[in-house]
Design a protein around this ligand. Structure first.
Ligand SMILES: Nc1nc2c(ncn2[C@@H]2O[C@H](COP(=O)(O)OP(=O)(O)OP(=O)(O)O)[C@@H](O)[C@H]2O)c(=O)[nH]1
Ligand SMILES: [Mg+2]
Length: 442
């Protein structure tokens, strides 16, 4: 089953013509990029496959409860919709279902907000079953109170066993279904959500087991704002071959690969979905499974696009999402990436000071990556212990594990026991000792 797209996905169709709208209030002014207030929304819109034909900014002391940007501005918006022949209005702010309905009515044009737009991009990028389930849950939870253009989607759900009688309303820009139909839809949505949540729970459990089974290895997770260069960095350090195109949310799924630091020493490194300002909460919650690696990593590489004027704010957004995921206090190394094209070196200095230890790197040219590797090798060596252990000579399985995972320096046999001098990972050794009480430290 396909996750639902809000933006027209038929390649033969013209891209949707959208007008971008943003309300600036004293409350949100500090998060607005003054040089280009609609810049990020434009990139998001293009990432969803729509065209931007106009933009509208409004400044008010606070949002209007009814129309968000105020009645007069909505009238201006209606004129602009006509003049530019737009068929979609995208708000950078979160709107209530009632506001959406009011603005749609006044402009006779379909309205979506930033969260719906982000969900739409995720829907178009989701490839694995897990990502699709996560996006669909988030969409249903976020969009169902609105229940407007969900129609064709619901029709498919009904067809797949829901049993609801789908009507003929559909397509972009149409009004919502009648009240009775909405009731039916709500029930279908509830059933579908229960089903999806069960499925995702199974994936979650499996994922937790996989991640736990890696606990004997040093794990690093790449986190950062979307387009900061996480996948490019992963490709520079390993031969992962991650998709690293210049677009928002190129990566949606998590991929974990071995980073060979030097012969015999490796770490596991995971690349995952990027963060963005105002990431819908529902989406963060449902992407927990995908972000499991980040949650359990020994260390985070917080990748920052140091060439972006917005870098400072992006760092704060990423920290906020990490808090939300419950890993705000995890050890993190800040990677000041794209240093090859950074122009505001004053800002880079400030970032470096504020977030020490930070590294100036270029995932593209390879600059600075040796220093990162040295640092990690240092970290790994502090995690190693030199010990002498004793075990029963007949315990072949344990002996095997030790020779596989530890560096053996000396080995001596005495009657039925083996004594080994070895270097091993501290946490791994502790786990082995709790699993095999017969493994004695001498
Ligand atoms: N000049 C320069 N460009 C870079 C560097 N690192 C990444 N890029 C470019 O930045 C763009 C985004 O890179 P990605 O690696 O896809 O970024 P990401 O963080 O994985 O992005 P998402 O998966 O979308 O969240 C690509 O066009 C890269 O070529 C760098 O060090 N220098
Ligand atoms: Mg990526």
């Amino acid at each position: 089953m396909d996750t639902k797209r809000l933006i027209e996905t038929n390649p033969a169709a013209e891209p949707e013509r959208s007008i971008l709208v943003k309300l600036i209030t004293p409350d949100n002014a500090s998060t607005v990029d003054a040089r280009n207030p609609l810049g990020e929304l434009k990139m998001l819109t293009e990432a969803a496959g729509a065209e931007v034909v106009d933009g509208l900014l409004q400044k008010r002391m606070k949002a209007s409860t009814r129309s968000h940007i105020g009645k007069g501005k909505v009238e201006e918006l209606a004129e602009r919709v006509n003049a530019s022949e737009a068929n979609l209005i995208i708000f950078d702010d979160e709107l209530t279902p009632a506001q959406i309905r009011a603005i749609e009515k006044a402009t006779d044009c379909r309205v979506i907000d930033r969260s719906e737009l982000i969900l739409d991009i995720f829907a178009s990028r989701a490839r694995t079953r897990e990502a699709r389930l996560q996006v669909e849950i988030a969409q249903l939870e976020y969009t169902s109170p609105r229940l407007r253009g969900m129609w064709t989607h619901l029709e498919r759900i009904a067809g797949a066993g829901g049993g609801g009688q789908a009507g003929s309303v559909g397509g972009i820009g149409t009004r919502g279904p009648g009240e009775r139909q909405i009731e039916v839809d709500r029930r279908i949505v509830r059933d579908r959500l229960t089903f999806l949540r069960k499925q995702i729970q199974q994936i979650d459990d499996r994922k937790t087991r996989t991640v736990q089974s890696r606990s004997d290895q040093f794990t690093i997770s790449l986190v950062g704002y979307t387009n900061a260069g996480k996948s490019t960095l992963m490709n520079a350090l390993t031969d992962a071959g991650q998709d690293a195109r210049d677009m928002l949310f190129a990566t949606l799924d998590t991929k974990t690969v071995r980073w060979e630091l030097e012969p015999g020493k490796h770490a596991l490194i995971s690349d995952t979905v990027g963060f963005v300002r105002n990431l819908p909460h529902k989406l963060v919650a449902s992407f927990k499974a995908t972000l499991e690696e980040a949650i359990h990593a020994d260390l985070l590489f917080h990748v920052v696009d140091a060439s972006s004027k917005d870098a400072m704010r992006q760092v704060m957004v990423v920290k906020g999402v990490l808090e939300e995921l419950g890993c705000g206090d995890r050890d993190a190394l800040v990677m000041l990436n794209k240093i090859d094209q950074a122009t505001d070196l004053g800002m880079v200095d400030v970032l470096e000071e504020k977030h020490a230890p930070a590294f100036r790197i270029s995932a593209k040219t390879g600059e600075g990556l040796d220093a990162v590797k040295e640092y990690i090798l240092g970290e790994l060596s502090t995690q190693q212990v030199d010990v002498t252990v004793r075990l029963a000579a007949s315990d072949g399985k344990l002996l095997n594990l030790l020779t596989q995972h530890a560096e053996i320096h000396d080995q001596s046999y005495d009657n039925n026991t083996v004594t080994l001098e070895l270097t091993a990972d501290r946490t791994w050794l502790a786990q082995m000792q709790s699993r095999y009480p017969s493994l004695e430290t001498v």
